[in-house]
Design a protein around this ligand. Structure first.
Ligand SMILES: Cc1cc2nc3c(=O)[nH]c(=O)nc-3n(C[C@H](O)[C@H](O)[C@H](O)COP(=O)(O)OP(=O)(O)OC[C@H]3O[C@@H](n4cnc5c(N)ncnc54)[C@H](O)[C@@H]3O)c2cc1C
Length: 397
């Protein structure tokens, strides 16, 4: 199935990756993005597992490596900045990945790799989809209607295009924790390490280095679903101030930067559970289809892997129905594995009491101790064998 026209909604990670591969396989691709320009915000994300191999095949691995944030690993600290546990980069499946990059940098690299071969339309979105036997007629908010052979939604966890395709069938499942991200001025004592601090009341503060001379901070806290993500920004900032004023450690510094910060973002951490990812001539990919949560460190990687497989299967099959079926069959077990959060997540990492935090930090110290890491490497044989990818990627090239 080549030489066909495909409309993709969303120009972040999944959309441009899908466009890259579809173009390589001979499709004519248009991307529509709601924002007026490429969105360059966001914090450190990882390119892991099969996704690293895919960006290598795309010729982008070196560019991503060059844009690395330089993070050395994760240090767990107490209120007095005493280090309780250390996980150096690449030393465990946890924490800092080999390819650690700011989301905006990755989005830009993918955009640059596709912009000459893909039609990009910014500042618009799909308002209606009418499927016919051989095409889909698309009504846009701002542009004249057009028809495409296929339409793919890659427009994130709260995709409205997905709703046009599947109605309320896919479910956004809140996992019980809110997270807020913001960029703050760097101070001299900030290092190239990421820091993790637990405060009583099931609250966590993180800081991470970037490659832009600033520091990326985040707050997270356990909470019932209160719809905070729908509130105006000023109200969200008030909630963060109330929640973290007495949290200790670097809370005063981060809260002081809250008013001036240009990119404060608060959302309930959620997964997308969709019983199917394709319907007729439409499909979903990336967070729109199977957001695993940032807790898994796999959001961007899963988007890259899903986009590669969807494009590859479309190139391999004459009929899009067969291609869509193969996409679902190949990817679903992997997605289910990633979405299956370990027992106790997110509660274990957000202890409520001072005693709970002491127990948590003791466990972190134990697991991160060099001796324990060496023993577990020895037992699992990881020292000798290269890390195995968790998904066997088909070779479509
Ligand atoms: C601005 C931003 C900042 C982020 N920051 C972080 C972060 O700090 N840490 C983290 O782990 N993850 C972050 N994410 C999410 C992360 O990018 C995704 O989890 C992952 O990379 C999967 O990407 P995706 O392409 O499937 O979806 P997303 O990255 O969510 O991208 C969706 C794209 O679709 C666009 N869009 C939305 N609705 C429509 C519509 N109706 N029509 C057209 N376009 C639409 C959006 O503007 C966006 O460009 C961020 C996402 C964005 C958009």
């Amino acid at each position: 199935m080549t030489n066909r026209t495909v409309l993709i909604s969303g120009a972040s990670i999944a959309g441009p990756t899908l466009a890259f591969w579809l173009h390589r396989f001979g499709f004519k691709v248009t991307i529509i993005e709601r924002a007026d320009e490429l969105r360059l915000g966001g914090q450190n994300i990882d390119v892991r597992d099969g996704a690293q191999k895919i960006v290598r095949l795309m010729g982008l691995e070196d560019k991503i490596m060059e844009a690395n944030t330089g993070e050395l690993g994760v240090r767990f600290v107490d209120a007095h900045d005493r280090i309780k546990g250390v996980f150096p980069k690449g030393d465990s499946g946890f924490g800092t990945a080999e390819l650690e990059i700011l989301r905006g940098d990755l989005a830009k690299i993918l955009y640059d790799a596709t912009k000459d071969n893909v039609e990009y339309i910014f500042g618009d979105q799909i308002t209606s989809l009418n499927e016919h036997e051989d095409q889909v007629t698309v009504i846009f908010k701002n542009n004249p209607q057009r028809s495409f052979d296929l339409v793919i939604a890659a427009d994130g966890i709260r995709s409205t295009t997905r709703t046009l395709m599947f109605g309320e069938e896919p479910v956004i499942k809140y996992i019980g924790v809110y997270c807020s991200y913001l960029t703050i001025p760097r101070i001299e004592s900030d290092t190239k390490w990421a820091y993790w601090y637990n405060a009583p009341g099931s609250r966590v503060i993180n800081t991470r280095p970037d490659n832009e001379g600033t520091t990326r901070a985040s707050f997270s806290f356990l909470s019932p679903d209160n719809g905070y993500e729908k509130l105006p920004l000023a109200q969200q900032k008030e909630i963060l101030k109330q929640k973290f004023t007495d949290a200790g450690w670097q809370a005063p510094r981060i809260l002081a930067a809250l008013e001036e910060s240009k990119d404060v973002y608060l959302d309930g951490i959620s997964q997308v559970k969709a019983p199917r990812w394709t319907k007729g001539r439409c499909a979903i990919v990336g967070d729109a289809a199977y957001c695993p949560t940032p807790m898994t460190g796999m959001g961007a990687s899963l988007s890259i892997i899903g986009a590669y497989i969807l494009a590859g299967e479309l190139s391999r099959h004459k009929d899009h129905i067969d291609a869509f079926a193969a996409y679902e069959k190949l990817l679903r077990p992997y997605v289910e594995d990633i979405q299956n959060l370990p027992p106790g997540v997110p509660w274990v990492a957000h202890p409520k009491t001072k005693l709970g935090i002491t127990i948590f930090n003791t466990a972190i110290a134990f697991v991160s101790s060099k001796m324990i890491r060496n023993i577990s490497k020895l037992l699992s044989g990881k020292e000798k064998k290269p890390k195995k990818e968790k998904i066997k990627l088909p070779n479509y090239t």
